[in-house]
Design a binder for this molecule. Structure first.
Ligand code: NAD
Length: 437
């Protein structure tokens, strides 16, 4: 099929590349000249495992191309996917101005029947607004259908999630649009759930909020474990092996971040309030998430006493491993917190350094080229992101390099007993702190 994707970021670019990989002809559109230039010259502006290969493979067979021309994309495609940002406004609302702009732009160049699909995460009833908007600016009175097709990919394994999705949700009211959407997804051989548009939109916010809730649940449990001497990892295994609960998203840590959970939970709270049915449970999810980082900071302060002029190493800047995405990353907040207290921060991340260097709030940090370089002469090490690379570092060498061997592990990467045996003072989440054996 001939498809267009408007917005070539973490979602649009991966979606476009994977659609091309199963045989569709795809035009990925973006209005960021630097991003477009990079893509057109063969560079991939984001890091996502396996993405570069898929892009290069499909560009070389001409099934995938990049353009800044929305008119050409709309003209040449049967279906137009919208994958532009829906960031959080100061009041928690989702900012839908990017979606509205694209809807207007599409409407202005619509000449014959097209399916316009919203892939961005949007509040329930946005589909109705998009349809109204297109109708209003539909210069040539062309036929169209609006569909909601939320995206569930996880950064860090987005290509795999796109190629082997758990399910595809299609929210639509026209049989013609449903048939075309099923054709797009046929090669993926995944279960397809067809719903009305409002339900599809709600599914996405409900799914992300539930996952955030699961994280906050285990994080709240981690505080109880610390107070009672239990081990949160054992508790998570004990409840997670119950199939009704499941082990995933039960990893205690310093809280969720990233471009989705914080904003989507906030948006869902606002939506529920606007609908007159406040979802207060989600406010508790937010509170626990914020408190988790504060509890971690308190342990750091209680242990190190004064942070001023101390050299603190930080491993990890991205909001999760296997991505270069630092948006709303708790790791970045931690670096800023340490700098604010006068510490000398030496940070390292396998993929997030380039983007982190651009963040003003952490401009005073020193960015180094390896995990071992970061701990040189450090008085403490903070582990903020659970990269595999960190799990494989030779801890004896780390111990040797540090001035004082104190580790604050915000992601429970190591076994406390081993750390004590190696001579570290080791603090983690929801497990007893240990001192050198
Ligand atoms: N990142 C994720 O893991 C993820 C997962 C599921 C859903 N989502 C949702 O998908 C949407 C996109 O997220 P993202 O992470 O890909 O954002 P992103 O910022 O990485 O990408 C958005 C892209 O849209 C482009 N853009 C903005 N306005 C445009 C316009 N008028 N015309 C053409 N291009 C335009 C931007 O330049 C950017 O490249 C959001 O609603 C997000 O909540 C994200």
């Amino acid at each position: 099929m001939d498809l267009a994707i408007i917005g070539s970021g973490y979602v649009g670019l991966v979606t476009g590349a994977c659609f091309a990989d199963v045989g569709h002809n795809v035009i990925c559109v973006d209005n960021d000249p630097a991003k477009l230039e990079a893509l057109q010259s063969g560079k991939v502006p984001i890091y996502e495992p396996g993405l570069e290969e898929v892009i290069h493979r499909n560009v070389s067979t001409h099934r995938l191309r990049f353009s800044g021309n929305i008119e050409e994309a709309v003209d040449k495609s049967q279906i137009i996917f919208i994958a532009v940002p829906t960031p959080q406004k100061p009041n928690g609302d989702a900012d839908l101005s990017y979606i509205e702009k694209v809807a207007r732009e599409i409407a202005g160049v619509l000449h014959s029947y097209r399916v316009i699909v919203d892939k961005s995460t949007v509040p329930v009833k946005t589909g109705e607004k998009v349809a109204e908007s297109i109708k209003r600016y539909n210069k040539h009175n062309a036929e169209f259908d609006v569909v909601s097709n939320p995206e569930f990919l996880r950064e860090g394994c987005a290509v795999r999630d796109l190629m082997q999705p758990d399910r595809i949700v299609i929210g639509a009211q026209s049989e013609r649009a449903i048939a075309l959407m099923k054709q797009v997804y046929e090669p993926f051989m995944a279960p397809i759930l067809v719903t009305d548009i409002n339900s599809a939109e709600l599914i996405k916010h409900a799914a992300n909020s539930f996952l955030a809730l699961k994280i906050s649940y285990i994080n709240a449990l981690s505080a109880i474990c610390e107070a009672s001497g239990a081990d949160v990892e054992k508790v998570a295994d004990g409840i997670g092996t119950d199939k009704r609960i499941g082990r995933s998203f039960l990893n205690a840590g310093i809280g969720y971040g990233g471009s989705c959970f914080p904003k989507d939970v906030a948006a869902f709270i606002t939506i529920s309030e606007q609908l007159g049915v406040p979802f207060t449970l989600l406010k508790e999810v937010q509170r626990i998430n914020a408190e988790q980082k504060d509890r971690f900071l308190k342990v750091i302060r209680d242990t190190l006493w004064v942070l001023r002029e101390k050299k603190i190493a930080i491993w990890g800047l991205t909001f999760k491993p296997d991505t270069d995405d630092i948006r709303s990353s708790v790791a970045i907040d931690l670096v800023a917190d340490m700098l604010r207290e006068g510490a000398q921060v030496c940070a390292y991340d396998p993929k997030g350094m380039e983007k982190a260097r651009m963040i003003k709030a952490i401009a005073d940090a020193t960015f180094v080229n390896s995990a071992l370089e970061a701990v040189e002469d450090a008085e403490a090490l903070i582990i903020a992101t659970e990269w595999e690379e960190f799990a494989n570092v030779d801890l004896a060498v780390v111990k040797e390099k540090m001035r004082t061997a104190i580790v604050f592990d915000g992601r429970n990467l190591f076994d406390p007993k081993t750390m004590a045996q190696l001579g570290f003072r080791y603090h983690s989440i929801g497990r007893a702190a240990v001192s050198p054996a």
